[in-house]
Design a protein around this ligand. Structure first.
Ligand code: MN
Ligand code: MN
Length: 449
């Protein structure tokens, strides 16, 4: 499978790269042959939005576990953000942050991985440090407009200027902070603190306002912009408006917005807490609009926004108030299963569009220039996928470092049989056969800039 089409062919792998593709390749001496008859041969998924947590003395296996989970799900490369809460060292300097994170994750991943830097108020020299980070192979950055590490407008403008001048790309979490905080204060004043009010504090206009503002700031300095986790028809409309006038605005949505909706907030409080993510789950109409946007290319790609929160610890604060609950849900292992089942099987997108949105476009946009396609010269990151088998998602059967999945009990089509990273099996016949530290840190360069 490629983003452009499908055909029956042999794929040759030499030295970890794809070396030939042809209808019939000769079996050379010393060649190992893998029979993929009846299976889809997909490029490995490229997940550009995760908040995996680095190893600590107390939890030495959590980064490794999530990399193994990625492999089980067919993801062969993931990018992580080093935001507070991931255990990443916060040094106040971007180049030093890169060095620290690389040390903290060194020899710990089963699949290939990379870093997107989170910009924080403590980073006071973005004009110099962003170019230095780009030179060090980290050309993508994230600015939050909300949370206690939100960037000021001045800092966002500085980041946009530095990325346009040095071939970087700024990712923005677009929500309007002032409106959000006013909503939270109003709900508190009304005594509304239960988890479900999380959604009431962040209606779609909070997201659309933040998204529009980020788009206008990027337009002002002529910078490309990447909008993370578009969840609503209103925010999607802002993205479409910018693209209609050829502004370089790129946008992602996430599997939870494509598969779930706000009806989850009617569940009892403790169950409701599982779905405290930002932006929140939206209406069925929003979900349908996102599928349309993904099909017509207004949304470039799907990434997970994986946060390995646990019910046992991170979500327990639901008892205090909705705004005290850690935001996020695990998803690193379920990307392909959810998008294939909800998208391809239900006829909302083609298989080619799925490969484009989960593999080829994320690799291209984020400068993973050897990833994302089954093409001669690229890394042999390959998934053998059986589209006929069905499976019910259960947290107990997943491998991620979280203790739940928002997709509990959902029926999916297709299972990952085997996964190769650079020509080596990491998953074989449904079993992990890889090794800790096999995954390489990917230095990236945005060739499309
Ligand atoms: Mn976010
Ligand atoms: Mn995120």
């Amino acid at each position: 499978m490629t983003a452009a089409g499908r055909r029956l062919a042999d794929v040759a792998v030499t030295g970890g790269r794809i070396s030939a593709i042809a209808e019939q390749l000769p079996a050379a001496a010393g060649t190992r042959e893998i029979d993929a008859t009846g299976l889809l041969v997909l490029p490995g998924m490229v997940d550009v939005h995760t908040h995996t947590r680095v190893a600590t003395d107390d939890q030495p296996d959590r980064f490794f576990a999530d990399s193994v989970a990625a492999a089980y799900g067919g993801t062969t490369t993931f990018l992580a953000f080093n935001n507070p809460g991931t255990g990443s060292e916060q040094t106040g300097s971007l180049p030093t942050d890169i060095a620290a994170w690389r040390r903290q994750t060194d020899s710990d991943s089963a699949v290939d991985y990379g870093l997107s830097l989170v910009l924080q108020p403590m980073h006071t020299d973005l004009a110099h440090e962003i170019p230095a980070a780009i030179d060090a192979g980290v050309p993508t950055f994230k600015a939050f407009m909300v949370y206690d590490f939100a960037l000021s407008d001045v800092a966002i403008a500085a980041a946009l200027r530095a990325t346009v001048d040095h071939d970087g790309l700024l990712n923005v979490h677009g929500e309007d902070r002032a409106v959000l905080e006013a909503n939270i204060a109003r709900l508190h004043a009304e005594g509304k603190t239960a988890p479900r009010y999380h959604a009431d504090s962040r209606p779609a206009y909070v997201e659309a306002d933040g998204t529009r503002k980020a788009i206008e700031m990027a337009r002002g300095v002529g910078a490309p912009l990447y909008v993370v986790h578009v969840s609503s028809a209103a925010a999607l409309a802002e993205v479409r408006r910018a693209r209609a006038v050829s502004q370089p605005v790129f946008a992602e949505t996430c599997p939870h917005f494509l598969a779930l909706d706000e009806s989850r907030y009617e569940l009892p409080d403790e169950d409701c807490a599982r779905f405290i993510i930002s932006p929140p789950l939206r209406s069925a109409a929003d979900r349908a609009a996102l599928w349309d946007g993904l099909a017509d290319g207004s949304l470039d790609l799907v990434a997970t926004d994986h946060v390995p929160d646990s019910l046992a610890v991170d979500k327990q604060t639901w008892r205090e108030s909705f705004d005290r609950i850690s935001n996020g849900a695990p998803g690193i292992e379920t990307l392909l299963a959810v998008v294939y089942s909800e998208g391809v099987v239900r006829g909302r997108i083609t298989l080619e569009r799925m490969v484009d949105a989960l593999c080829t476009t994320p690799a291209r946009l984020f400068g993973l220039n050897l990833k994302g396609a089954i093409e001669v010269g690229r890394d042999a990151d390959i998934v053998l996928f059986d589209p006929t088998e069905r499976r019910t998602l259960r947290a107990a059967e997943l491998h991620h470092s979280s203790d739940y999945t928002p997709y509990e009990g959902i029926e999916t089509s297709g299972v990952v049989r085997s996964v190769m990273v650079r020509g080596e099996f990491v998953i074989r016949d449904g079993r992990f056969v890889g090794r800790r530290g096999f995954g390489k840190f990917c230095e990236r360069r945005l060739a499309w800039r």
